[in-house]
Design a protein around this ligand. Structure first.
Ligand code: ATP
Length: 255
């Protein structure tokens, strides 16, 4: 079966800095791929290319037969690609449910005109999106806080809301940017269990940028390691964590 995503020779330059230097990797459907590397390695730049926030200078990205690099940024969600953010992309004053509905609206079928007129079909659509959002809230253990504003909730809960918002878009490919950052040891374990269950039940393919090696090695099927914009390793968690180039990149010493 063809991979869901095939990144080839992806190169991004910012003035004199080469943030990505001919990076290539594939992501098979249903897999969770970890993208690791020291600070400044280019991990977020990969996500920014996949979501079309950044233009690539060279390379191609094939997403189920679509040339992703020629897709405008606003069309990415409709292709089934969703993302969470390192610093949370939530609206603090809005309720948890409404934050999740923001994600769901990228699935809305109604056009602006009929939405503005609140035609019956639009009201049915809203009810459908709300039901879908409530299902996700329940799945992520957020029903009790659904009507609470996001502001003031514990950080671990905010991370789950951010995940719920991304899932509400019904993604085929979910890009998770440092989901464990700021979580306690116990919360990391719970988050890993949650992602495993979601991947199995919703058949979502995931790429996860993460510094928490315990999480990456126990949750991902494959791991790609970048350093200074170059791919230095690509393999199973076992292969990558024992790779001398990876050890050198992290520890600064020869293995
Ligand atoms: N918009 C930008 N303008 C200029 N330089 C940038 C920009 N975005 C990224 N860079 C540079 O590209 C390189 C890769 O950055 P990137 O944020 O992708 O790394 P990262 O692996 O995600 O790092 P971290 O783990 O610290 O988040 C860095 O040298 C960074 O300073």
């Amino acid at each position: 079966m063809a991979p869901l995503l095939k990144v080839s020779d992806l190169t991004v330059r910012f003035g004199g800095i080469t943030a990505l230097d001919h990076v290539g990797f594939t992501v098979e459907t249903g897999r969770m791929v970890g993208l690791i590397g020291p600070n400044g390695a280019g991990k977020t730049t990969v996500f920014n290319c996949l979501t079309r926030r950044y233009d690539a200078d060279e390379g191609t990205v094939d997403y189920v037969g679509t040339d992703l690099l020629s897709v405008p940024p606003h069309a990415i969600a409709a292709l089934g690609i969703a993302r969470t953010f390192q610093n949370l992309g939530l609206f603090p004053g809005m309720s948890v449910r409404d934050n999740v509905l923001v994600g769901a609206h990228s699935r809305a079928r109604a056009g602006f005109g009929s939405a503005a007129l609140r035609l019956p079909a639009v009201r049915r659509e809203e009810a459908r999106l709300r039901d879908a959002a409530d299902e996700i809230l329940e799945r992520l253990g957020l029903t009790d806080v659904a009507d609470h504003p996001a502001v003031g909730l514990p950080f671990g809960t905010l991370k789950r809301i951010e995940l719920a918002r991304a899932l509400a878009a019904g993604p085929r490919l979910l890009l998770l940017d440092e989901p464990c950052n700021g979580l306690s040891h116990g919360e990391v374990g719970e988050f890993a269990d949650l992602l495993r269950a979601i991947r199995a039940d919703l058949e979502v393919t995931m790429i996860v940028v993460e510094h928490h090696m315990g999480f990456v090695m126990s949750t991902c099927d494959r791991v790609v390691c970048l350093e200074f914009g170059r791919k230095i390793a690509d393999g199973t968690p076992d292969e990558v964590q024992n790779d001398p180039a990876v050890l050198r990149a992290y520890l600064g010493t020869a293995a």
